[in-house]
Design a protein around this ligand. Structure first.
Ligand SMILES: Cc1cc2nc3c(=O)[nH]c(=O)nc-3n(C[C@H](O)[C@H](O)[C@H](O)COP(=O)(O)OP(=O)(O)OC[C@H]3O[C@@H](n4cnc5c(N)ncnc54)[C@H](O)[C@@H]3O)c2cc1C
Length: 572
């Protein structure tokens, strides 16, 4: 984290674009450091209570809401008192305007201590950011100060029984009232932190309901509070809490809206776009959540492996155990490399948007910023699903490997490591499953996003040619990028085959970008060469292997798979 804070982000450039003038970088970065250090100390103090109370469930409240168990409420109150909620919201609303990278680091630290608490904070920031981006001045003024003070929390209400991955299935109805407000009626399920005061609801516009049904057109994003301006109850009720395998402290709610009154965010009928923004922020948030959990599992596993003796020595000294721990270390760092690289780009994008919104740039400067923005927006659009996919899939593997390191006790509740694995299992599902992330990535690749990303990667790799430490490794990564392009050539000749192989291609692309960023880190810290070396050694071979699988199994694989599945229902 310090590597990025101190070396790998050009804060001067970022802050000057954002503010449109000179900035005292030392003061700003000093303030960031203080925020993160305070957050780190608090997060560390939450860990033991979170683990002790891991099984404690959220509960329904008599006023039609739901609340987290006491240890989460207490931790939230401490963060609130320290001013550490809704950190990205602008200063005019009482926030810090914290860059996305640092907010991601904050969420990662909280998640390392307690992934359920992270849900509350992540959704609060995500909802507040969407209101900041799409709300009217009146709505922003009414709600954002209450977010930054921590008085209200938020949640996002998308999923319905028939509309999960496919949000075109949404049938919750939004009807515009004569006074311009909106009435919402419908049922949402699996809503995290669904007892929150502020619901951002994706609902289908009443006036185009039948024409738009089955599509993501005609949807509006509606801010629905649990209480109206006069303090009376709005038509929002939590009707059920799910019993789950993990993240018990996070309330997962069925929420019913009956003549609930709200305000549209952004233009009516264009809610899917506004929600996509929120979902993209939330996807990076889940990646940070997964990374925090990787870190927790890794530390538990390493500590146990040093302590536990078999055959007269610590199991950490057994080569196979040591290899597992080493791979867990490297994979955690690779996730961090991809994720922080993405956050850094997102911050630049946001700064450029702020500069353009200011409207007082000379024409030539404004068009240069616009061009940079367009290029980097395409990059972030591809990198976001890659981060979500990579962080959450890696987290599943690392928490599982951590259990293996613990042996039998790892399967019991005497150790905490099984809790970490149980918490990890949902992360490949919510905010869009891994399959959905891979299909988003495929779409962005098909639209030319990969060419934009690889152009940058190739120029970075080329610049490493004169560095004796990195030149050979950079060449191997260049080879991995070539394998990706060969695979694309095979896949994109047939769209069904491309969809079938989307996960493999996604992984190949991730490996190239993470490798490049790990090599970039070596400039700031030569000790990190081992991390880059290990990751690239493993993944250069994987690129060859996946490329061959894609090329050699193209013929008839879909049909063979269909026959194999058919055997289950008709074994004869
Ligand atoms: C604990 C928890 C918290 C949640 N929090 C929220 C929340 O705060 N807000 C909210 O709105 N929702 C929330 N959800 C819902 C979550 O986002 C959905 O469960 C998820 O998007 C998947 O939808 P589904 O369950 O309907 O699965 P389905 O869409 O039915 O998918 C089932 C399987 O089919 C695969 N699949 C589906 N379509 C495709 C495709 N086109 N290509 C390839 N594979 C496909 C999926 O990857 C998955 O493996 C939460 C869920 C849980 C369990």
């Amino acid at each position: 984290m310090r590597l990025y804070l101190d070396h790998l982000v050009d804060w001067k450039r970022l802050l000057e674009i954002r503010s449109g003038g000179a900035v005292d970088v030392n003061v700003e970065v000093g303030a960031y450091r203080t925020i993160l250090e305070t957050a780190a100390a608090l997060a560390a103090s939450f860990e033991s209570e979170a683990r002790k109370n891991w099984a404690a469930e959220a509960e329904l409240t008599p006023d039609g809401g739901a609340q987290s168990p006491p240890h989460i409420r207490q931790a939230y109150d401490q963060l609130r008192e320290a001013g550490l909620v809704s950190l990205t919201v602008g200063e005019q609303y009482g926030g810090y305007g914290l860059p996305a990278l640092l907010n991601g680091i904050f969420l990662e630290m909280i998640s390392r201590a307690d992934p359920s608490l992270m849900m509350v904070l992540g959704l609060q920031t995500g909802a507040a950011s969407d209101i900041e981006e799409y709300g009217s001045d009146e709505v922003k003024g009414a709600f954002l100060p209450r977010f930054t003070s921590g008085e209200v929390q938020g949640c996002m209400d998308l999923t319905e029984p028939q509309a999960g991955s496919d949000l075109g299935g949404i049938v919750t109805r939004a009807t515009v009232l004569p006074d311009g407000r909106v009435q919402v009626d419908g049922q949402k399920i699996y809503i995290s932190n669904g007892g929150a005061e502020v619901h951002l609801v994706l609902a289908r516009d009443d006036d185009k309901f039948e024409q738009s049904r089955g599509t993501t057109q005609g949807l509006s994003l509606v801010l629905v509070p649990r209480h109206l301006e006069d303090g009376s109850r709005n038509g929002v009720r939590v009707t059920r809490l799910e019993k789950k395998m993990g993240i018990h402290g996070s309330a997962t709610c069925e929420v019913v809206f009956e003549s609930a009154i709200g305000h549209t965010l952004g233009a009516a009928g264009e809610g899917f776009r506004a929600m996509l923004d929120l979902m993209n922020v939330a996807r990076l948030g889940v990646a940070s959540q997964a990374l925090g959990l990787c870190e927790a599992a890794l530390h538990d596993a390493v500590a146990y492996a040093h302590e536990r003796k078999q055959f007269g020595k610590a199991i950490a000294e057994q080569p196979m155990v040591m290899a597992m721990l080493a791979n867990m270390t490297v994979d955690t760092e690779a996730v961090r490399a991809l994720l922080y690289r993405t956050y850094r780009l997102l911050d630049l994008d946001r700064a450029r948007k702020a500069a353009l919104a200011g409207g007082n740039l000379p024409d030539a400067e404004a068009s240069a910023i616009r061009a940079d923005l367009e290029r980097d927006t395409a990059r972030v659009r591809l990198l976001t699903p890659l981060c979500k996919y990579f962080a959450t899939e890696t987290c599943d593997n690392i928490t599982r490997d951590a259990m293996q390191v613990f042996g039998g006790i790892g399967f019991t509740m005497d150790a905490d490591v099984a809790k970490l694995h149980a918490d990890s299992l949902i992360m490949t599902v919510y905010e869009g499953t891994s399959e959905i992330q891979a299909s988003f990535a495929l779409r962005e690749i098909g639209k030319g996003g990969l060419a934009v990303v690889f152009k940058e990667i190739r120029s970075e790799l080329a610049a490493m040619a004169d560095d004796p430490l990195r030149a050979d490794l950079a060449k191997r990564v260049e080879g991995m990028a070539e394998r990706v392009e060969e695979s694309m050539g095979v896949m994109f000749s047939d769209i069904s085959y491309a969809l079938l192989r989307a996960k493999l291609l996604t992984e190949m692309v991730i490996d190239v970008i993470a490798s490049c960023e790990l090599l970039e880190q070596v400039v700031a810290d030569r000790d990190r060469l081992d991390i880059a070396k290990s990751f690239i050694a493993r993944h250069a071979i994987k690129a060859d292997y996946l490329n061959r699988r894609i090329a050699e199994n193209a013929e008839g694989l879909l049909e063979r798979n269909a026959r194999l599945v058919a055997r289950v229902t008709s074994p004869a």
